[in-house]
Design a protein around this ligand. Structure first.
Ligand SMILES: CC/C=C\C/C=C\C/C=C\C/C=C/C(=O)SCCNC(=O)CCNC(=O)[C@H](O)C(C)(C)COP(=O)(O)OP(=O)(O)OC[C@H]1O[C@@H](n2cnc3c(N)ncnc32)[C@H](O)[C@@H]1OP(=O)(O)O
Ligand code: FAD
Length: 672
């Protein structure tokens, strides 16, 4: 038996089931890989970086599962420092660095430095301040975090309690977290790593509150890394995942900083203590929009990694058989398994395109804002909030489905899936809790429908609110129409329109009945979220189509991409069919066609499933999944991983000598 196991381990043969899968492909995966990488040259560059990083054991992530939290932090720090040295020594571009971070699944201690500290400096600091701090931050002399959330408040920024009081006598701000609930709580890289923080605090000038503003605060010594006077900080404790990240707390006890340390792009306090603003009302919220757009890209990475591991594993896992007497079937052949995994895959592919579309719009808005035009800001806030909420909802839900689709092995950390899921879960919370973000979308939609109902034209993402519902004819007139993504998009649009209208009318009725606004708003909060979600599905479908339309690809690649887009559209109509029927966007006949088409699409995608995840081209080290490796050798790798487990390094565990032995021995004696 042992010999048989060892023989299996020694052979490097690729699993025959997964090898056969690749022969069935109808398209060239490399073509799609180039699209995901941003071009052929970027694929080449990625491979170079993969070779460089993964030839060094420091960057091998799969052994992280054996480490204690402090060892994990230490290993992550070693990796981070090495990575940033490589960047400097090898003169990597910023794109190369972002790529390298993606390859190590952002397992680095300076993640907040890159994802928020630098972006916040770029967006909130004046030109002089940027000239002063950015070079230091880019060289990692200043290592920073973004400290906004407090123990008592994360969502409600108006009620943040940290204060920055201007002291005219000394030309300084005095920063203070006056109560337990005011201490900064959660910022990534705060507990042990950062020596600076952009602290978001209520500005107080002449005893007047002037709103939330950002302040540069040095929190640790640049000589020995000890906390600066007046500062107490540490880590907040073990989390469900991402324990390499030292999310921290920060007490500020009358910490003095020079007036010039207020980030002054959007507002200034003069030497004489005059408060001036120079940007739009919520200009200091700019970093949050940026990160919300980024989160779409992170979600794409997270959901596609989970789909890759689950689909590869499902192609090599055999369990029961489809017909009596046959050999056991690959679990990927069960329709139920396809139903779990292919809509997830289709969603992951979609998020790539949705991110591309939104990111381009966001960049265009930034250009406009530089020339003083911030007209697009409210729509961009609603759009980015909505997409962040919907896409992270779908991502976290479907990643857990992927994990469960791997049966028991999905629960093993060596499968990689449990860690992937736990790392992704907070996406629904960070950068605005999803319900709260849907409610921001709802606020925007109510303003737009009010315009539409008073005869004004709405534009952009809400242009449809001026639709004439009476002239709506369901575009799905025969079964084949259900394969047309544009038609499906019309259906999503109709459902969104009806839901917005319905909620707006309910609110109007409640208002006219004399109820207080606070009461009727709360009584309609859940419908508001539902209506916002419907709008977000429409936008997601629209962007998926728009992103695909802009691609130059071969007919076979186009065919499979269109199928995925169609599956995405069909799947969520069928899943949420009650809404679509209620909105009269479809009838029962159309629902039947869509249900049949969904199953048909599962079967059509089946032969390409493994190649579709191969096209995403995750390196085995990035995936860190014993069951999701390219070669499909799931059992061999699970067994190897078990052998590495620290508890297996001794035949008899010390706990036996300490405890169990006595019980067993006593039992033996009493028998005598
Ligand atoms: C694979 C990787 C896996 C895992 C990674 C995991 C973790 C690491 C990632 C990231 C690190 C996380 C960092 C953070 O979380 S930082 C903290 C982020 N915090 C938040 O996002 C707070 C959420 N709250 C808010 O954004 C606001 O408070 C809220 C929008 C909810 C309400 O704001 P406020 O109370 O000030 O305003 P209202 O009175 O409701 O008015 C709304 C009004 O304001 C306009 N608005 C709101 N936000 C913005 C914005 N960002 N930009 C522009 N305009 C904005 C909105 O349009 C309304 O305008 P109007 O209707 O005209 O009044
Ligand atoms: C892993 C992780 C990393 C983080 N990193 C950072 C960081 O680097 N920097 C930083 O500053 N912060 C960070 N945060 C904090 C994060 O931004 C907040 O946790 C998030 O904004 C949610 O706020 P909250 O925790 O106050 O939730 P709460 O607002 O307390 O939410 C609790 C519940 O109340 C509901 N709720 C709240 N307000 C309303 C409302 N108005 N209407 C209806 N329902 C409502 C929510 O929907 C939710 O169900 C991080 C958090 C996590 C988990």
């Amino acid at each position: 038996m042992a010999n048989e196991v060892m023989a299996g381990m020694e052979s490097n043969a690729i699993n025959p089931d997964i090898a056969r899968e690749r022969l069935k492909a109808t398209f060239d995966p490399l073509e799609l890989t180039h699209i995901f990488d941003g071009g052929k040259e970027r694929t080449t560059r990625r491979k170079e970086l993969e070779n460089l990083l993964f030839s060094d054991p420091l960057f091998c992530l799969r052994d992280n599962i054996y480490l204690s939290t402090s060892d994990l932090y230490s290993a992550t720090m070693a990796r981070s420092v090495k990575l940033f040295r490589l960047k400097q020594d090898q003169k990597w571009s910023e794109d190369d660095l972002l790529l390298a971070l993606r390859l190590i699944r952002d397992q680095n201690c300076l993640s907040l430095h890159h994802s928020m500290f630098l972006p916040a400096l770029e967006r909130l600091a004046s030109d002089d301040q940027k000239a002063r701090w950015l070079p230091l931050a880019r060289r990692y002399h200043m290592v920073g975090t973004y400290a906004q959330t407090e123990l008592g408040h994360g969502t409600n920024l108006m009620e943040l309690e940290t204060t920055a009081t201007y002291d005219k006598a000394t030309d300084e701000f005095v920063l203070s977290t006056p109560k337990l609930s005011s201490i900064k709580w959660w910022p990534g890289s705060l507990g042990k790593t950062s020596n600076h923080a952009i602290v978001l605090a209520q500005l107080v000038v002449d005893s007047k509150k002037c709103g939330m503003h950002p302040f540069m605060v040095q929190i640790r010594s640049l000589v020995d890394h000890t906390p600066m006077p007046g500062i107490k900080l540490g880590v907040i404790g073990q989390k469900m995942g991402s324990n390499h990240n030292d999310n921290g707390f920060l007490f500020l006890n009358n910490v003095r900083i020079p007036r010039e340390n207020m980030l002054m792009k959007n507002a200034q306090v003069t030497r004489a203590g005059k408060f001036l603003t120079s940007g739009p009302n919520k200009a200091n919220y700019a970093t949050m929009i940026y990160v919300r757009v980024m989160i779409l890209s992170w979600s794409f990475g997270a959901i596609s990694a989970a789909a890759t591991a689950a689909i590869r594993y499902s192609s090599v896992r055999r369990q029961s058989s489809l017909a009596p007497g046959q050999e056991e079937s690959q679990v990927l052949d069960y329709q139920t398994q396809q139903y779990k995994l292919f809509p997830t895959l289709a969603s992951g592919y979609g998020f790539f395109f949705i991110h591309k579309v939104l990111s381009a719009k966001y960049k265009a808005m930034l250009v406009d804002m530089q020339s003083g035009n911030s007209k697009a800001l409210p729509e961009m806030h609603a759009w980015s909030s909505g997409m962040k909420a919907l896409i992270t909802d779908i991502t976290t839900y479907n990643m857990e489905i992927c994990r469960r689709s791997c049966g028991g092995h999905g629960y093993l950390r060596a499968s990689g899936l449990s860690d992937m899921v736990c790392e992704a879960f907070p996406l629904a919370t960070v950068e605005g809790e999803n319900t709260v973000l849907y409610l921001q979308v709802a606020r925007y939609l109510l303003k737009q429908i009010a315009k539409a109902l008073t005869g004004q034209q709405t534009t952009g993402t809400t242009e449809y609110l001026t639709m004439n519902e009476a002239s709506y004819i369901c575009p799905l007139q025969k079964p084949v129409d259900c394969r047309n993504p544009d038609f499906l998009c019309e259906v999503y649009k109709k459902r969104a329109y009806r839901m917005v209208l319905k909620v707006a009318q309910a609110l109007q009725r409640d208002m006219e009945s004399g109820k207080e606004q606070a009461v009727y708003m709360n009584n309609n909060l859940q419908p508001l979220v539902r209506m916002a979600t419907a709008h977000c599905y429409y936008l997601a479908m629209r962007s998926y189509i728009e992103g695909l339309a802009s691609l130059q690809v071969s007919p076979p690649a186009r065919k499979i991409l269109d199928k995925l887009c169609c599956l995405f559209g069909v799947h969520y109509i069928v899943t949420l069919s009650g809404d679509f029927l209620e909105a009269e966007a479809i009838g029962l006949e159309q629902l039947q066609w869509l249900q049949e088409l969904e199953l048909q699409l599962l079967a059509e995608i089946r032969p390409d499933a493994v190649t579709l995840v191969d096209a995403l081209d995750f390196h085995d080290e990035t995936l860190s999944s014993a069951i999701g490796c390219y070669d499909g050798r799931a059992y061999e790798r699970l067994y190897e991983a078990a052998l590495k487990e620290p508890m297996n390094q001794t035949e008899v565990d010390p706990a036996y000598d300490k405890y169990l032995k006595h019980l067993i021995m006593e039992g033996a004696q009493s028998k005598l």
